[in-house]
Write a protein that binds this ligand. Structure first.
Ligand code: GLN
Length: 505
């Protein structure tokens, strides 16, 4: 640990402890990350904006406060990256879209305020699929992010920037948003940890909306304990968000550091997730993890969730419907990109030209789909029907959680695919979220932890853990126990095995 750049290799827990013990300063720690970003972001494109000045200012304040003997929050001085979907006062916030390329929010999202209250230096804003629509970060208007494990592959999406940053040691912690899997699937394909909390567990105020009844903010990290610390900072009631739950944050930190003995725990394997379309190596790692869970004392039971088969169809009606309504605000009048056609165009013509220029193909596709599904005459047949299916999926979860304390599955059907492989085929892209979408439809919490490296390609795969609403701590208890068991079985954490990144110009 002699050179300051080595500081980036520590876990967030070790960083917090090292700062508290005055082994290094927050300025040193923050600068080490900024140096690495400087060296590698040109290759990875994980950050859309780096706020070196702001991050170092916070770091200096924390160092001075610590020197003065002030009582500081646990993560004070530990840097964090924020997905470019959360408004940051004075810092451009694009949601990965040309529409918001120049948007500088006049206020902070509640979660950003919480990071500031926790005194965490904010390194910058991370790349994402436009308006969080996608599973590869290729739909970003600002170019794709590359997967640190293999620069020709995708880092997952929509939050590929955050997960790539964490996997590549550009940041120890990052914020993600998960509407159908955008925290968990990027975690899976980058060998990192990501949690989608219970719907309403973390404030959405100031987060650019994709589909309001599905969106949740959550932590990206390298270890389960690190994710728990960030989850605790983010969670809790916010009067500014009408769907925020007025209850204490579930005891996630205690769960992540508690007993590793899972005796008596019932783990349900959902029969409907897996099999056809899943890569053999991903399924092998999943089955190995089940053996580890048995060794930890858990009982594995099979559960059936018959309506999960319709989750994808219901999601791709509900999401576009809500998105088409949420994205109607980008009208080139109040804010956002404006294109002015020649001559003396009407307001409608300006609006149409602006939306045509500034929205990408995937966003247009979903606006059209959603507008259609909500139009009179089709509302009952599509949107209404999808909502009924959503209720059935929630009931499947209720029944499953009567038989098991948590459910597990592979997080994504495959390891990271090649950049460009699925951009021409929206359905193939959508199918990446087959395992993650049910949790969003039902509002239950989910986490992805690395299960290992797949035999075929040596790339990381993820294991998903799901728990009943407001029982987020169960994810952390099971996740931490399994993480440790896999670590000793595999001779180290998965993320530690990532190859060195070769700089590309
Ligand atoms: N990949 C999914 C989609 O395209 C999930 C997106 C998300 O969670 N934001 O909708």
């Amino acid at each position: 640990m002699s050179s300051p750049t080595d500081l980036t290799r520590l876990t967030a827990v070790q960083m917090a402890d090292g700062l508290a013990a005055a082994e290094f300063t927050s300025v040193e720690l923050t600068q080490a990350h900024l140096d690495r970003i400087e060296r590698l972001n040109g290759t990875l494109n994980a950050f859309l904006l780096v706020d070196a000045e702001g991050a170092l200012a916070t770091a200096r304040e924390v160092d001075a406060a610590r020197e003065a003997g002030e009582d500081l929050p646990r993560l004070a001085g530990v840097p964090v990256a924020v997905k470019d979907i959360a408004c940051t006062q004075g810092l451009t916030t694009t949601a990965g879209s040309k529409m918001l390329a120049d948007f500088v929010p006049p206020y902070d999202a509640t979660i950003v305020t919480r990071l500031r209250d926790a005194r965490m230096p904010i390194l910058g804003k991370t790349n994402m699929d436009e308006f969080a629509m996608g599973s590869s970060t290729e739909h970003s208007a600002f170019g794709p992010t590359r997967n640190p494990w293999d620069l020709d592959r995708i880092p997952g999406g929509s939050g590929g920037g955050s997960s790539a940053a964490v996997a590549a040691y550009l940041a120890p912690l990052a914020i993600g948003s998960d509407t159908g899997g955008s925290i968990r699937q990027p975690a899976a394909v980058t060998g990192t940890v990501g949690t989608k909390p219970t719907y309403g567990g973390v404030s959405r105020y100031g987060v650019i909306a994709l589909a309001s009844s599905l969106d949740q903010i959550g932590p990206c990290a390298r270890t389960v304990a690190d994710a728990a610390l960030l989850h605790e900072v983010l969670g809790g009631h916010d009067p500014m968000d009408s769907t925020s739950i007025d209850a204490p944050v579930p005891p996630v930190v205690a769960a992540a550091t508690g007993t590793r003995d899972l005796t008596g725990l019932k783990v349900g394997v959902v029969t409907e997730i897996g099999g056809e379309g899943f890569q053999a190596g991903v399924l092998d790692l999943f089955n190995d993890a089940l053996d580890q869970l048995r060794e930890l004392g858990a009982e594995i039971v099979e559960v059936s969730c018959p309506h999960f088969a319709y989750a994808m169809a219901a999601y791709y009606l509900i999401l576009p419907s809500e998105a088409s309504s949420n994205l109607a605000r980008y009208d080139a009048m109040r804010y956002g990109h404006r294109s002015t056609p020649e001559g003396s165009p009407s307001a409608e013509q300006v609006m149409a030209a602006s939306r045509d220029d500034a929205f990408g193909d995937e966003v247009k596709r979903r606006i059209i789909l959603g507008t259609y599904a909500l139009s009179s005459g089709y509302y009952d047949a599509y949107y209404g029907q999808a909502q009924k299916v959503r209720t059935l999926i929630a009931r499947d979860f209720e029944a499953a959680f009567e038989q098991a304390d948590v459910l597990v599955s592979p997080t994504a059907p495959t390891t990271a695919f090649k950049i460009g492989d699925k951009t021409e085929d929206p359905m193939a892209m959508y199918l990446n979220d087959i395992a993650t979408i049910p949790a969003n439809l039902a509002g239950v919490p989910g986490m992805s932890i690395p299960s290992g490296l797949a035999a075929e390609d040596g790339l990381p795969a993820g294991l998903q853990i799901l728990a009943p609403a407001m029982e987020d701590q169960r994810l952390y208890a099971v996740g931490a126990a399994l993480e440790e068991a896999l670590r000793s079985a595999q001779g180290g954490y998965v993320f530690e095995q990532a190859p060195e990144i070769e700089v590309r110009s």
